[in-house]
Design a binder for this molecule. Sequence first.
Ligand code: DX5
Ligand code: ZN
Length: 217
Amino acid sequence: MKIAPSILSADFANLQRDIELVEENQVDVLHVDIMDGHFVPNITFGPNVVAAIRPFTKLPLDCHLMIEQPERYVEAFANAGADLINVHVEATPHIHRVLQLIKSFGVKAAVTINPGTPVSAIEPVLSLVDMVLVMTVNPGFGGQKFLPECLEKVTALAEIRRSKGYTYEIEVDGGVTDQTIGACRDAGADVFVAGSYIYDAENPAERIQALKDVLEQ
Ligand code: DX5
Ligand code: ZN
């Protein structure tokens, strides 16, 4: 099981410091939220920021593209150093093609579903992906309340993985705290994104440990 801090809630004027802070506390992945002001109301980073981060961390970079027609930017994020590119099924009419495109650059491919999107919308591409991201809030902002009803989809995806022999990881993103991570694990998730719970704390190291403590129970 993997902890993936989201730098959406980091101090953008001190990104290097805030990334080193989580890396020193043995996390597994760095989650980078890319927002375009269209697919979601907020705007964050582009590929240049990913390229700027790349040299100062060894953590795999999980780039969560909350952008319309992500196919337009896959090459730019691959060249910037993304290890995994996450695309929303709701953001493109050509999800199969985008996932193939991501893999053509030697980058891991993930498909993401919003809280209002059923698992059936991604069933045809589950054999292609390295990871499925189940949003547990509506994307766009950090610090929102966890939506427990999304966990049924995590359970369904774990069951499909088992019955079909697939190997994708299942990631959850949004509202993950020490109070909600246990239910995500019990539903079958493997990768846990946490933004505000870690970065809005006085002591982020304690928060990372609190998440690990629940996972080890
Ligand atoms: C939401 C982003 C999340 C966000 C999670 O649109 O995709 O990755 O950083 O933030 P928290 O953990 O605060 O809900
Ligand atoms: Zn995210």
